[in-house]
Design a protein around this ligand. Structure first.
Ligand code: BGC
Length: 780
């Protein structure tokens, strides 16, 4: 009897053990339609792993060396590893793999402000699509872009990665880019959410602002990108906002974005951001990258102790699984490693040219003379984008200005080529006695300008019909630029003076190209020259794009996405922005790996380093200059063409809460061209209501219009698009009244005006994210 009971027991134990084993073996394999079941089959440990990244993929062992990271794989549940990489100017990865015979050179697309200068949602789509395609064809899943922080100050280190000072332009360009990326089945990731408007002390600085500025300016850009682009992921930022770290702030991530905007995607942290993994999970920041053991232990323990509820953790994991089932690697996509790089190069060339802004032209452009003399080190050391993770892929080619102009049929004055190449090589030795670093977040120093003897100058004038001087500025990550970078250096000023005087004395003209990452001073010297072209930074085909515009093959149609102020300090926001930061402070706050708490303790909180008060409030960029009548060098939205455009038949049609503004644009000149039409809205009593004098609410770009040809463009907006945020009521409010719809060619040039009665509209939202200090806000 005893024996038989023992036998039965053994059988039972064996059956139970075996069924457990086979259950494990036949565990659910992830599919798009069984996410909940897989979630319930996951162990707590697996969940804690999945919410963390797997380190950075910088070494040779990685599948895609030089990329930003990946997600955790759980083979038994059919959850594959998925791969992400930076960034907005193209897929960043190491060009060579030590175990592989070939090179990997994804396309170096245009820098962000170049893209924004096109004012063309289609161009943004095409660039996004090209990048999304390369991510897919090179085997990855997820691009960590677009970067889209608002340009609040001309000296922010990452301005080259950002679009504009205006939330509508930023949001719509970002949305176009996101749609392009995701049309290839690749995940996009608008970043850095939010108010990461300076690089100085970016891992600890607190951005302090009113709820109104936050809602109307900083959140607005992301809200548009989220609603129009529907990104699968969003990256939170390094900084804190009105108190907590952005990634640890549930009101921000969940209450506003998920509950109010209805966004369903997955948040990822910026790399090594924040200081509390559990708080990030609770806030709804689903994934922490690149992830570390400390975070794993903290999340595991908090989940075991109940401090982190399983509901919250499950929601985080579920959103990660929802992202994973959409990826190429989950779907087993057989990538080619052979995207159509030629087609993408063509996109870069075209978009690069469309993003060039013609600022002044005293009859010299397009160039008719075929002999050009190139001055300025940048003419021979062209900058295609910024440095840091948002910059160009290391080792990639950039079509130089010389190459671009020669291929357009220009004869480039030869003696200057050798003179400058030697000078740049000497400067390189002086600046980098131990060799240039292979990678640097911050921009490496650039050669100082050289001067010329009277004989050298006379020979150059003899050998050329026109002088072109290029000025360059490069920005990068983890540091802002300082005001000396806004102004020209002594060598640059001297060069402009010497070349202009000498050429003008011989009846020849001078063109200046600005190969820059952000506005610089032009007001103090531009009267000396004959044409000023802001080329921005146009990626790998820059030399061709610039030559296309200089030659007239492409008629410039770019418009400034940010104001060119006269002096640094003119913008109200300049009051509250880091200037020179001493080395000790810099050392203490340098990004990863330093002991933040220790660094904080060692010094008293310093304005603009430990906290930044956004006292300009909503008056960022043109909203300030325009509303307060302050003069600028070039206004937001400005840009010339080689032709002129007329505006007629402006009208506004009101149907319910929709306003359709239309205007007929006619090409009045003798060259084909495209034109951007900017729609600003001016509210009645704007001063009394403390609203900006006018705000950009829509824009359109015509097709290529032949001389004499017209196109009627239409632009729509809703009553709610004209709302301001009312803090007292915690509500968006459009006041009733007669509104002016201003059809503009820049923030300072109104071409036509129509008006309509607008009914009151209001929408209550959550009263969250108040600043925790009293701010001295600018009012009209
Ligand atoms: C940058 C992000 C980037 C990440 C991963 C961070 O330092 O701020 O923009 O995506 O690194 O490389």
């Amino acid at each position: 009897m005893k024996n038989s009971i023992l036998k039965i027991n053994l059988v039972v134990v064996a059956v139970v053990a075996l069924s457990g084993y086979s259950l494990r073996l036949s565990a659910q394999q992830l599919r798009a339609d069984n996410i909940d079941e897989v979630l319930s089959a996951m162990t707590l440990e697996e969940k804690c792993h999945l919410v963390l990244g797997c380190g950075m993929h910088f070494n040779d062992e990685a599948k895609f060396p030089g990329t930003a990271g990946s997600t955790f794989s759980i083979a038994r549940l059919g959850i594959p590893e998925t791969y992400c990489a930076d960034s907005q100017q193209g897929l960043r990865m190491q060009d060579h793999r030590n175990w592989d015979h070939r090179d990997y050179y994804p396309t170096d697309f245009v820098a962000s402000m170049t893209l924004a200068s096109t004012w063309d949602r289609e161009a943004a789509f095409k660039v996004g699509q090209g990048i999304g395609n390369e991510v897919r064809e090179f085997g990855l899943d997820w691009i960590l872009s677009p970067s889209m922080n608002l340009i609040r100050n001309a000296l922010c280190g990452r301005n080259h990665e950002y679009y504009s000072e205006d939330p509508y332009l930023s949001g719509t360009i970002a949305a176009g880019y996101v749609r392009g990326v995701q049309s290839e089945g690749t995940a996009a990731c608008p970043k850095h959410f939010i108010a990461n408007n300076q690089e100085t002390n970016r891992n600890s600085n607190i951005s302090q602002m009113s709820q109104r500025a936050l809602r109307e300016i900083y959140l607005k850009a992301f809200e548009i990108a989220v609603k129009e682009g529907e990104p699968w992921t969003i990256m939170t930022s390094y900084n804190k906002l009105n108190g907590p770290y952005t990634l640890q702030n549930r009101d921000l991530l969940t209450t506003i974005v998920r509950d109010e905007w209805g966004w369903k995607g997955m948040y990822v942290s910026d790399w090594n951001a924040g200081d509390n993994a559990v708080a990030a999970m609770q806030a709804g920041n689903d994934m922490l990258q690149p992830g570390n053991d400390k975070q794993y232990q903290a999340i595991l323990e908090a989940a075991k102790s109940g401090e982190l509820s399983m509901d919250v953790l499950n929601a985080n994991v579920k959103r990660i699984l929802e992202y994973i089932v959409k990826t190429h690697n989950f779907k087993g996509y057989q990538y080619s490693n052979e995207p159509d790089l030629k087609a993408h190069a063509q996109v870069v060339r075209e978009v690069g040219a469309d993003g060039i802004v013609l600022l002044s032209n005293n009859g010299i452009l397009p160039l008719t003379g075929k002999r050009v003399a190139l001055f300025g080190c940048t003419s021979y050391d062209w900058i295609s984008g910024g440095s840091g993770f948002g910059g160009t892929t290391v080792g990639h080619y950039t079509v130089s200005l010389v190459e671009g102009l020669r291929s357009a049929g220009y004869e480039v004055y030869k003696p200057l080529i050798s003179t400058y190449l030697k000078h740049i090589a000497d400067e390189e030795k002086r600046l980098f006695p131990n060799g240039r670093p292979a990678f640097s977040l911050m921009p490496p120093a650039r050669a100082e300008e050289k001067s010329f003897t009277a004989e050298e100058m006379a020979a150059a004038i003899d050998g050329s019909d026109v002088a072109i001087i290029s000025l360059g500025r490069k920005s990068g990550e983890a540091a802002d630029r300082n005001a000396t970078d806004f102004y020209l250096k002594e060598g640059e000023k001297a060069l402009i003076k010497q070349v202009s005087e000498a050429y003008h004395a011989k009846g020849k003209k001078v063109v200046v190209l600005l190969d820059i990452c952000s506005p610089i001073d032009v007001a103090s010297w531009q009267s000396q020259i004959d044409a000023l072209v802001c080329t921005w930074q146009g990626g790998q085909e820059s030399g061709f794009s610039v030559a296309d515009v200089l030659s007239g093959k492409v008629n410039p149609s770019g418009k400034l996405p940010m104001t060119f102020q006269i002096n640094y300090g003119d913008a109200y926001a300049d009051k509250n922005f880091p200037g020179e930061v001493d080395d000790k402070t810099l050392g203490a706050m340098f990004m990863w790996g330093y002991n933040k708490d220790q660094a904080q303790k060692e010094r008293k909180p310093q304005a603009n380093i430990d906290f930044t008060n956004y006292e300009e409030d909503i008056y960022v960029g043109y909203r300030y200059f325009d509303s307060f009548g302050k003069p600028v060098a070039y206004p937001f939205g400005y840009g010339l063409s080689y032709t002129t455009f007329g505006y007629s038949d402006a009208a506004v049609k009101v149907e319910g809460d929709t306003y359709t503004v239309s205007v007929k644009v006619t090409n009045k000149g003798d060259r084909a061209g495209r034109n951007v039409v900017e729609l600003f809205v001016a509210a009645p009593n704007s001063k009394k209501l403390n609203k900006p004098a006018k705000e950009l609410r829509n824009y359109a770009k015509t097709r290529l219009l032949q001389p004499g040809e017209s196109e009627v463009v239409t632009m729509q907006l809703k009553t709610r698009d004209m709302a301001s945020f009312n803090e007292k009521a915690s509500a968006w409010k459009t006041d009733a009244g007669r509104y002016d719809f201003l059809i503009c060619s820049s923030a300072s040039d109104v071409e036509a005006k129509v008006s309509a009665n607008v009914k009151a509209w209001t929408q209550k939202v959550h009263n969250v994210l108040q600043p925790n200090v009293k701010l001295n806000l600018l009012k009209r």
